[in-house]
Design a protein around this ligand. Sequence first.
Ligand code: G
Ligand code: G
Ligand code: MN
Ligand code: NA
Length: 254
Amino acid sequence: ASLQQDLKLAMKNEELELYYQPKFDLELNRYDGMEALIRWNHPVRGFIPPFEFIKIAEESNLIVELGNWILEKSCRFIMEYNQVHHSDYCVSVNVSTIQLLNEDFEKSVLNILEATGLNPDYLELEITETVFMHSMDIAYEKLNFFREKHINIALDDFGTGYSSLTYLKSLPITTVKLDKSFVDDIAYNDISFEVVDNVIQIARSIGLTIVVEGVETKEQLQILKSLRCHKIQGYYFSKPVSDLELPLVLDQYE
Ligand code: G
Ligand code: G
Ligand code: MN
Ligand code: NA
């Protein structure tokens, strides 16, 4: 069977699972939410990395069904987690460009919020800048719609594409996520340090929340704190973990 057919079955057969990676707020000194990241344990091929099957799903219309499945599962999860743990964590969900551009996407998101009862302030959609290259006008329209509904929008993988600092100001987004590649050598490379410093200060000056991804060491954390970065994500705090492991990670800072 093709991977595409397998993926259809995987949704039915519960071979897909969401992992969650916490995001740490450096100003509040606590976790403020988590990013949902999909995992597929294929019965024959074993673990298949998400970038591989997301691409396959995008080549068919399967990404729409898969994307809705991920969104609903994430919203339901955070809703229940917050109820059980008396917490107020947000969930960030990756949205593929093709999924976002689907004409029914807004309706699906609203339906899922209604079905799960999740307050939209607790949902963040992570998009990439490819969406602005494909269809600037449609992207603006859709993202403005979500902003009006109080759904948060993060620009993911910032720095890996076109990444103009000047256009950031005009985008209907709430958060910028700076790609891991910038933080890797921040402690040793003056240029990386300067770039990260600049991106943080510009994001702050235009009222965006800045999240730096891929933080792995205490040294990186301390530098980012001194640069007044709002939030960080990375192995220093935690890898993405299953729903069962998540409370053990989050409770360390409760
Ligand atoms: O989780 P990492 O763990 O390996 O993720 C690899 C890539 O797959 C990242 O670019 C990530 O954004 C993407 N990805 C992971 N989960 C999802 C998802 O639920 N939806 C979409 N569209 N992309 C995802
Ligand atoms: O593209 P996106 O930012 O959604 O994907 C995040 C990817 O980065 C996931 O594959 C996730 O597992 C990975 N990741 C998150 N934190 C770290 C980290 O500290 N180090 C490394 N090497 N990867 C990380
Ligand atoms: Mn992401
Ligand atoms: Na990223």
